[in-house]
Design a protein around this ligand. Structure first.
Ligand SMILES: *[C@@H]1O[C@H](CO)[C@@H](O)[C@H](O)[C@H]1NC(C)=O
Ligand SMILES: *[C@@H]1O[C@H](CO)[C@@H](O)[C@H](O)[C@H]1NC(C)=O
Ligand SMILES: *[C@@H]1O[C@H](CO)[C@@H](O)[C@H](O)[C@H]1NC(C)=O
Ligand SMILES: *[C@@H]1O[C@H](CO)[C@@H](O)[C@H](O)[C@H]1NC(C)=O
Ligand SMILES: *[C@@H]1O[C@H](CO)[C@@H](O)[C@H](O)[C@H]1NC(C)=O
Ligand SMILES: *[C@@H]1O[C@H](CO)[C@@H](O)[C@H](O)[C@H]1NC(C)=O
Ligand SMILES: *[C@@H]1O[C@H](CO)[C@@H](O)[C@H](O)[C@H]1NC(C)=O
Ligand SMILES: *[C@@H]1O[C@H](CO)[C@@H](O)[C@H](O)[C@H]1NC(C)=O
Ligand SMILES: *[C@@H]1O[C@H](CO)[C@@H](O)[C@H](O)[C@H]1NC(C)=O
Ligand SMILES: *[C@@H]1O[C@H](CO)[C@@H](O)[C@H](O)[C@H]1NC(C)=O
Ligand SMILES: *[C@@H]1O[C@H](CO)[C@@H](O)[C@H](O)[C@H]1NC(C)=O
Ligand SMILES: *[C@@H]1O[C@H](CO)[C@@H](O)[C@H](O)[C@H]1NC(C)=O
Length: 836
């Protein structure tokens, strides 16, 4: 108590790891006074596994922590109490509520009127949701009197983890799996319970725990029991478990099961096999949510292997699950390799081509899970037209909280404004309002089911996702799945108050950074609908625009010396525009009506094509990449303005990432503008591209134990070249005489930080050490690593306020380590205010 008061008075913050996410229940500052809240909590179900009981404990813990008030769980009188339970239990105990409330599955009624707090769930889960909503109000010092019912917009509000049984996570940037290690389920499920608490607090009702690229051994008796332990751990939070299945499991020699010679979905032995496995799972986990299936996609086997339809494949599982009340989420991410020399070939057409003919053939407990756009989680995509082509099929949208193509949690990117462009998109079916969010909720076509799935790759890192600020995406995903019409800025403000405190300056600053972040990332990574211009053949992180083309993956840009963009018109292109309902099809068919931000998604144009803004395509590229990188330079200073208002651990860890982003956004900017400058030969009107008066290329310095190295892709090195030590065991150095005007500079060094070595660097001026650093980001940043000198490993470190005199000698000494030959690209001497 003493300690608490001390820190509260001085506003100092104890170090926090981030493990509590937005559920910190931070004590309200002593400057705030608040009305009394009831001291008794009446819990209308005391079964330990009941979410109602969990709600009681959570209320007790939260009120103690936020308000410093002890509450007793009791059967106290209904006045002066917080009552939490299901509507049925409430009515059985106290009789009808004084007003009629309309509750849908998982919904709740929350009333704080007249010194009684009623938290009444439609079911047990709903009661827990109401309890965390009440605690969220208290934690934000909101003591207003409320009385309302809140219902989820859609029944399916799932997350998908892409965890492998060996403990690795596909596209995971926050450490190893909390579920699996060494081919089986871990013993200690402490983190699993904490994860369930976070999920429940934002209304998520199910989780698929293993990778969609699934392994059949998840179905062994030992693993089914392990999954059962996970289900037992998450059940008190109302979170159900789902499993990803490997379609060819019947022929994979699953322990304890017959090993068949076929996985044909119409073969009676295969049907019996899945029926038996499903019965076994439900025996251990009676409330399992269901299955997630990726079939005939990216090399995975599926029904098409046997000339069966995708619906026949989906229904195989649906029929096995049906007696148990389970669902199959069947992914629409199905496409084939294509030949780019065919002007009409288009991967974006694949989902509609495969699934539209099957509309009406899926069982009622199948839900087709559709990525938000037709390609793959790009920085901007038009809403997938498949949403407007299935009228007799349940559908769910697939979002990605994990930032696979969006900076991999090392770049700040607040994703909800991007999701909002899809959820709020009006498909104009029959020329009437038909928002994607209404279609997936089942309202538009009167479907029985539908909703939301998001890839949320939390790991063992104490921050869950690797980055404190990325947790806003996880939080907002749950909020939007509950109510997709909510304002994404307001959601972020709530998250910030819960995560970093009530100081208005903190809330405004972090929210401002968040709102600027997606537009900035789009600007420096790929704009006008060209997609994230990353390396699609390797790690999906840094720049590599030419990787998009000349391969069968179909994420093409069709860039040549004069033109760029995919012609997806009906009249002359792939016909994709015509897969939308007529009004939308007409808009995208016509270059004048197509919004600039999707121009290159739909049209193949000259670099000199004029946009609605009046700029040419190429000049827009140049300007946007400079503007986006400029914005990214402001994030670290904005964050630094909050020093002392955020605990030092989270402050320092996030600052490291924001500084990294500032440097890497320049790597992105320069790579993309250099690439298109090189291919088009068109100069930047503002003279910036290829013109860097403050830089000294490493290869132009005097090399001692270093040699010049031609970097690939070329545009990821300034002047296409870097230097590396002559071998990877001997220290080398580069040196030069400085000819800048005497003064004070910020000195940036661009180097490559590869995976598999921690090189050490020392920078000297006139033999005096002014800075040291190491290529050790693999120990701090969880993004997919690179073992090459490329756009993923390229980074900048900056040292501020360095005094320099004309004629000074600059020297950098590099000591290689492992496979990393202390690579250097260039040094830049920046006068105050200059960004380059
Ligand atoms: C109490 O909770 C348990 C566990 O969730 C549940 O099985 C039981 O039906 C609940 N009892 C009532 C009366 O709601
Ligand atoms: C409670 O409400 C139900 C319908 O909502 C009604 O049938 C019943 O008569 C009410 N009971 C009392 C005691 O008012
Ligand atoms: C996995 O197995 C290795 C070696 O058998 C062991 O050292 C490690 O502790 C295991 N990890 C877990 C999480 O069980
Ligand atoms: C069903 O599964 C159980 C447990 O894995 C196994 O023991 C049994 O042999 C299976 N039954 C059939 C008919 O395959
Ligand atoms: C299971 O059968 C397939 C052929 O259907 C075979 O390739 C595989 O080796 C068998 N696995 C085991 C463990 O017997
Ligand atoms: C599928 O059909 C194609 C042609 O219709 C045929 O060549 C192929 O053998 C069939 N495959 C199977 C597994 O039946
Ligand atoms: C029409 O398509 C051809 C390829 O078939 C392409 O070369 C041409 O540029 C397109 N014309 C226009 C106006 O987009
Ligand atoms: C729907 O809109 C399209 C495109 O604007 C138009 O051609 C069509 O006549 C409209 N249909 C109806 C039924 O109004
Ligand atoms: C590009 O410009 C040339 C010359 O003005 C024109 O002939 C051609 O049709 C344009 N190409 C496209 C794809 O717009
Ligand atoms: C740096 O040290 C070297 C050798 O120790 C010496 O030759 C050189 O003059 C020094 N350079 C400067 C600028 O002091
Ligand atoms: C965990 O995340 C923190 C904060 O971003 C980072 O500093 C740390 O290096 C991460 N640890 C691992 C093992 O990824
Ligand atoms: C030196 O680097 C090369 C490739 O860059 C690598 O193949 C080799 O194993 C490295 N040597 C050591 C000792 O790590």
């Amino acid at each position: 108590m003493q300690l608490f008061t001390f820190f509260a008075i001085f506003g100092l913050a104890l170090a926090e790891t981030g493990i509590d996410g937005w559920l910190r229940y931070a004590p309200l500052p002593s400057s705030i006074s608040w009305p009394s809240v009831p001291k008794h909590i009446v819990v209308l179900n005391t079964t330990k596994t009941s979410p109602v009981y969990t709600a009681g404990l959570e209320l007790q813990r939260g009120i103690q922590s936020i308000l410093g008030q002890d509450c007793h769980l009791s059967n106290g009188k209904p006045d002066e109490s917080i009552i939490v339970g299901t509507l049925d239990a409430y009515v059985a105990t106290y009789g009808n509520l004084t007003q009629a409330v309309d509750l849908k599955e998982d919904g709740y009624w929350l009333s704080t009127e007249n010194n009684v707090v009623q938290i009444i769930g439609q079911n047990e889960r709903g009661a827990l949701y109401g309890a965390v909503e009440y605690l969220s109000m208290l934690a934000q010092a909101n003591f207003s009197s409320v009385a309302y019912a809140s219902n989820p917009d859609a029944p399916i509000r799932w997350v998908n983890q892409w965890d492998n049984l060996d403990g690795s996570i596909e596209r995971g940037y926050g450490g190893a799996s909390i579920f699996f290690a060494n081919g089986t389920i871990v013993n200690d499920l402490t983190r699993v319970a904490e994860y369930a608490r976070l999920l429940a607090s934002v209304g998520i009702n199910a989780i698929v725990i293993n990778n969609v690229n699934a392994n059949a051994s998840i179905l062994s008796p030992q693993n089914i029991d392990g999954v059962g332990r996970i289900a037992d751990t998450m059940r008190p939070y109302g979170v159900q478990i789902g499993l990803s299945l490997y379609f060819a499991s019947p022929t994979s020699g699953v322990q304890g099961q017959a090993n068949l010679t076929t996985f044909d979905p119409l073969d009676s032995s295969v049907i019996a096999w899945w029926g038996n496995v499903t019965d076994q799972i439900y025996e251990r986990i009676p409330d399992m949510a269901g299955y997630l299936v990726k079939a005939n996609s990216e090399g995975q086997p599926g029904p098409i292997t046997y000339n069966r339809t995708l619906s026949q494949g989906a229904n195989l599982f649906a029929k096995a699950l049906q007696p148990h009340g389970g669902r199959v989420l069947f992914r629409a991410f199905v496409y084939n390799q294509l030949n780019e020399s065919d002007w009409r070939a288009d991967r974006a057409n694949a989902a509609v081509d495969f699934f539209k003919p099957l509309d009406g053939q899926f069982d009622d407990n199948v839900v087709v899970q559709i990525k938000y756009g037709p390609i793959d989680f790009q920085v901007r995509e038009p809403a997938s037209p498949l949403f407007a082509n299935l009228f007799h099929t349940n559908t769910a949208i697939e979002l990605e909280v994990t930032q696979e193509y969006l900076g991999q949690q090392t770049h700040l990117v607040y994703l909800p404004p991007l999701w909002d462009t899809v959820l709020g998109f009006d498909m104009r079916i029959d020329n009437e309002t038909s928002l994607v969010r209404d279609i997936i909720a089942g309202r538009t076509f009167n479907r029985s089911s539908g909703g939301y799935a998001a890839v949320v790759n939390v790991g063992t890192n104490q921050t869950w996702l690797g980055s404190h600020l990325s947790m806003s995406n996880f939080y907002a995903y749950g909020r939007l799945a509950w109510n997709p019409a909510e304002d994404t800025t307001k959601i972020h403000e709530d998250w910030t108050r819960l995560t970093f405190g009530l100081d208005q300056n903190v809330v405004d600053t972090i929210t401002n950074m968040a709102i600027e972040s997606w537009p900035a990332y789009e600007n420096y990574s790929g704009n006008l609908g060209i997609q994230t211009l990353t390396d699609i053949l390797y790690t999906h992180f840094g720049p590599d625009p030419q990787s998009q083309d000349n391969n069968g993956w179909g994420q093409w840009t069709r860039a040549d010396h004069t033109t760029i963009g995919m012609d997806r018109t009906v009249s002359n292109g792939t016909g994709y525009a015509g897969t939308y309902p007529p009004e939308i099809a007409a808009m995208y068919e016509n270059i004048e009506m197509t919004p600039d931000n999707l121009l290159l998604w739909f049209h193949h144009v000259n670099y000199t094509q004029k946009l609605k803004s009046g700029k040419t395509v190429i000049q827009h590229f140049y300007d946007a990449h400079y503007a986006g990188a400029d914005t990214a330079q402001t994030f670290a200073p904005q964050w630094q303005s909050l020093e002392g208002k955020i605990d030092s651990q989270r402050f320092d860890e996030q600052l490291y990432r924001l500084k990294y982003q500032a440097g890497h956004s320049l790597v992105w900017r320069d790579a993309i503008v250099d690439f298109y400058h090189n291919i088009s030969g068109i100069a930047d009107e503002h003279g910036r591209v290829g013109n860097h008066p403050y830089r000294i290329e490493a290869e132009d310095m005097t090399l001692n134990g270093y040699k010049t190295y031609a970097v690939s892709p070329f545009e990821t090195a300034s002047n296409y070249h870097a230097v590396v030590t002559s071998d990877n065991s001997t220290t080398g150095s580069v040196s030069t005489t400085l000819h800048f005007k005497s003064g004070t500079y910020d000195v940036g060094v661009n180097f490559y930080d590869m995976y598999g070595g921690v090189s050490k660097y020392e920078m000297l001026i006139n033999n005096k050490t002014i800075a040291t650093w190491a290529g050790d980001s693999e120990d701090y940043l969880g993004h997919t690593p690179s073992i090459y000198l490329d756009g993923h490993s390229a980074r900048r470190t900056t040292f501020t306020d360095i005094a320099v005199k004309e004629g000074d000698i600059l020297e950098i000494v590099g000591t290689p380590n492992g496979i990393e030959p202390a690579p250097l690209d260039y040094v830049v001497f920046l006068p105050k205010g200059v960004i380059d």
